[in-house]
Ligand binder design. Structure first.
Ligand code: FAD
Length: 485
């Protein structure tokens, strides 16, 4: 029996994969008005139950909100009100309205509702495209790509195979090797019932209701998600959050960019010059009594160019020394979730520390003694908790990701690890993946997290959306060139 064939296989049906599909449908609909043009066929291969959600938009906790205004997060850049209008029309039927006094465009929607918006937008795009596009969702895990004379054979875990002329890697996030961190800290005390490895699995929080103390490993947005899940389950005790630097997630305030921080016609080409420019702006902001949150939006639009022009050693310096500060400044919490965090802090139910876990030991009454060392100090201290939750980040280094597809792509030399160790090498403008010889492939693309080393901020909605548009247009154009040749 011959393999099923498709024009485009998108591996990974999270936000990045589905939004790429939406923009392919749009590009194909615009370009193939003639009924003689064969329909474009797209297959989205997704191993989880639902497409359009991924990790971020699967949570059903309404306190987990997207961290940007609805007016900024629509999926069509030329229709900025798209999400606002959708919310206005559909939010109530999904049981959500903005907080009192907040207009839809200024609201921060729950993340599950945002996932519903992505799914609904895909359905609409397909309906509009009619016979011009065929889309199939394949519920399976892709484990390998076998190069063919034209395109690839995509091998699925269940043994099925799919022929695709083009493949898009929209693989998203991979969990870090948290267990290694914990076992190196002698984590034998962590009997499964007392350890929450997946903080988005709401059932695992039920048992935490009676707890007095929970240690959250991590202090960023994921730590806040963990605390909000515990609260929703009825936990009334105290959170202790610990991370190496102790940088706590910040509330997001909507601010205009501080003017004239960077001149787009003369962007700094070294990290030192960039730090000088931002240092000047920081001092000016402070002197004016303004908000430091005006600084990130002044830098963010220039990041792709700054990153593209940076030397390898400057990128490494940024990763080693500045990354945690940049991330905590940029990836902030939406106002309602941030308010819940400050209420917990005010009620003395949440404290956070900078330090490292040295050991975990079961106490005689079944609790966990956490021995930890404050950053910069020798002596250790002990904290006794009822449960430990893993809110550590993700793994971006493809040599350390434990996934069959990621491994096989590298073994077959179809991709090469980016020199920074983050993701794989590709052409920033289109996402075309570079072979180990450094040649851009016109049949293999990547969007989103695999492009961290290439673009750096490839991990948030705004940036991923632009990547999805560019990749979708490049692929649809390349397929149409083949047809007319
Ligand atoms: C908890 C959380 C909250 C976030 N909130 C925000 C926010 O408010 N604002 C913002 O701008 N950004 C946010 N982000 C950033 C977020 O990463 C992006 O917005 C976006 O959701 C990422 O989408 P993705 O498709 O790249 O990755 P993912 O969401 O990880 O989706 C990838 C999908 O690919 C599938 N997959 C992977 N490999 C295979 C395979 N081999 N075969 C089949 N399927 C496969 C996975 O099952 C998964 O569904 C958040 C991230 C997280 C983790």
């Amino acid at each position: 029996m011959s393999d099923k064939a498709t024009d485009i296989a998108i591996i990974g049906g999270g936000f990045a994969g589905v939004v790429t599909a939406i923009h392919m449908i749009r590009a194909a609909s615009k370009q193939s008005e003639s009924s003689e043009t064969p329909a474009l066929s797209i297959s989205i291969i997704e191993s989880s139950e639902h497409i359009g959600r991924g990790i971020a938009y699967s949570t059903d906790n309404p306190d987990h909100i997207v961290n940007g205004l609805a007016q900024l997060f629509g999926v069509y850049p030329d229709q900025p009100a798209h999400l606002t209008e959708w919310l206005r029309a559909h939010a109530a039927e999904h049981g959500w309205t903005p907080p009192e006094g907040v207009e839809f465009e200024n609201a921060f929607a729950p993340r599950w509702l945002y996932g519903t918006y992505i799914q609904d937008t895909l359905r609409h795009a397909l309906r509009r495209a009619g016979a011009r596009v065929r889309l199939e969702t394949v519920k399976a895990r892709a484990v390998d790509l076998n190069p063919q004379a034209q395109g690839y054979q995509v091998i699925l875990q269940d043994g099925r195979r799919l022929q695709a002329a083009r493949v898009v890697l929209a693989l998203g996030l991979f969990r870090g090797r948290s267990n290694a961190v914990l076992s190196s800290a002698n984590g034998d005390a962590l009997v499964p019932e007392r350890y929450i490895d997946n903080i988005w699995d709401t059932t695992s929080w039920q048992a935490a209701r009676q707890d007095q103390d929970i240690l959250i490993i991590g202090t960023s947005l994921t730590a806040l998600d963990a605390a909000l899940n515990a609260e929703r389950a009825g936990f009334k005790g105290k959170f202790h959050a610990l991370s190496r630097r102790g940088l706590l997630v910040q509330p997001r305030r909507q601010r205009t960019a501080w003017p004239d921080v960077l001149d787009p016609t003369q962007l700094p080409t070294t990290l030192r010059d960039l730090l000088r420019a931002t240092g000047r702006a920081r001092r000016a902001i402070k002197a004016a009594g303004a908000d430091w949150q005006q600084l990130p939006p002044a830098i963010r639009p220039h990041l792709p160019a700054l990153w593209a022009n940076a030397s390898h050693s400057d990128r490494q310096r940024f990763l080693r020394h500045l990354r945690p500060f940049w991330e905590i400044s940029l990836h902030r919490a939406g106002p309602e979730s941030a308010k819940k965090l400050s209420q917990l802090i005010d009620a003395k139910r949440f404290d956070h520390h900078a330090g490292r876990i040295r050991s975990l030991r079961a106490t005689s009454n079944g609790r966990i003694a956490v021995e930890w060392q404050t950053r910069g100090q020798q002596q250790t201290q002990t904290l006794v908790v009822d449960r430990v939750a893993n809110a550590l980040g993700y793994e971006f280094d493809w040599s350390r990701i434990d996934d069959p597809l990621v491994r096989h792509l590298q073994e077959r030399k179809l991709v090469q690890r980016h020199a920074t160790g983050f993701g794989i090498d590709a052409v920033p403008q289109t996402g075309a993946v570079l072979s180990v010889q450094g040649v851009a492939q016109d049949d293999l693309y990547a969007v989103g997290h695999p492009l961290r080393g290439v673009i750096w901020e490839s991990n948030a909605i705004g940036e991923q959306l632009l990547e999805a548009v560019n990749t979708a247009q490049a692929i649809v154009a390349s397929l149409q060139t083949v047809e007319t040749d």
